[in-house]
Design a protein around this ligand. Structure first.
Ligand code: NDP
Ligand code: 8X3
Length: 253
């Protein structure tokens, strides 16, 4: 019987690349995201490799999450891996110029949404002999940078939530990983820059950023580890990225 993976945010970037990779390996896919048409196209593309179930889902809505899981069709009720990937950053302005609605949206999606999906799927995951939860945190969970404020803090939640889940799930067969990527080229920055293609091109041009396929490979590797191994956290940057100096502001009289 094939394994089954549940992916949030499968319409783009890491989630979409993971769907393609897991399909190549013959996994059953449960693909979710808000853009239903993209999910339908992806399901069409992958149907020759594997069985696919897809459904529109806004992770912020806990009732939608539980209704979707209660309505999973036969053959998709046993889930071996959850990729908690749906998430976003909005804006790069400093905290005193940031928009409060953007802060709420990031918290609602990256924190509440991830918690909603995890809580709803844990009863299924813990029924499996071996299962994996891969939570998409970020380098922003570990390292501060200007303009990261709520985004980075929401990802720090994801990283710590992952460790705390491990404490309760130890011995259950459910492994949990906080995956913490750095600069990666996807629609992520188009969303963050409110669709500004020029800013997007400036950020990624010649940067040799990580690609969604790189992250998908890492996710597949994590999930494929033998049952006795739990990778607690994995931080990954492109070789072209590193930390910068501490900032010192000098005041002259
Ligand atoms: P993309 O913007 O390409 O993909 C984000 C996905 O999240 C989309 O499929 C989107 O689907 C989904 N999503 C957003 N909001 C919701 C919501 N409310 N409900 C359901 N789905 C939602 O970004 P990436 O693939 O790059 O990012 C994936 C994850 O990785 C995010 O959590 C991000 O924070 C994290 N990350 C990204 C990095 C990067 O540099 N790109 C680096 C480190 C971490 P839809 O709009 O159809 O709902
Ligand atoms: C995305 C990586 O550095 O833009 O999580 O915060 S970063």
């Amino acid at each position: 019987m094939s394994n089954c993976v549940f992916i949030t945010g499968a319409t783009s970037g890491f989630g979409l690349a993971s769907a393609r990779l897991f399909a190549q390996h013959g996994w059953k896919l449960i693909l979710t995201g808000r853009r239903l048409q993209r999910l339908a196209q992806l399901a069409d593309e992958l149907a020759e490799h594997c069985e696919v179930h897809y459904a529109s889902l806004d992770v912020r809505d806990s009732q939608q999450v539980s209704a979707l899981i209660a309505a999973l069709p036969q053959g998709f009720k046993q889930i071996d891996a959850l990729i908690n990937n749906a998430g976003l950053a909005l804006g790069t302005d400093p905290c005193d110029k940031a928009n409060l609605d953007d802060w709420h949206t990031m918290i609602d999606t990256n924190v509440t949404g991830l918690v909603n999906v995890t809580h709803a799927l844990l009863p299924i995951l813990t029924e499996q002999k071996v299962a994996s939860v891969i939570n998409l945190a970020s380098i922003a969970a570990n390292w501060p940078y200007p303009g990261s404020h709520v985004y980075g803090a929401s990802k720090a939640f994801v990283a710590q939530f992952s460790r705390n889940l491990r404490c309760d799930l130890v011995g259950s067969g459910v492994r949990v990983t906080s995956l913490e990527p750095g600069l990666s080229e996807s629609e992520f920055s188009l969303v963050r820059f409110a669709g500004d293609q020029q800013k997007y091109d400036q950020l990624y041009g010649d940067s040799n950023a990580l690609q969604p396929e790189d992250i998908a490979n890492i996710i597949y590797w994590l999930v494929s580890q033998p049952a006795h191994i739990n990778i607690n956290s994995l931080e990954v940057m492109p070789s072209s990225q590193a930390w910068n100096n501490f900032n010192v502001v000098k005041h002259s009289n």
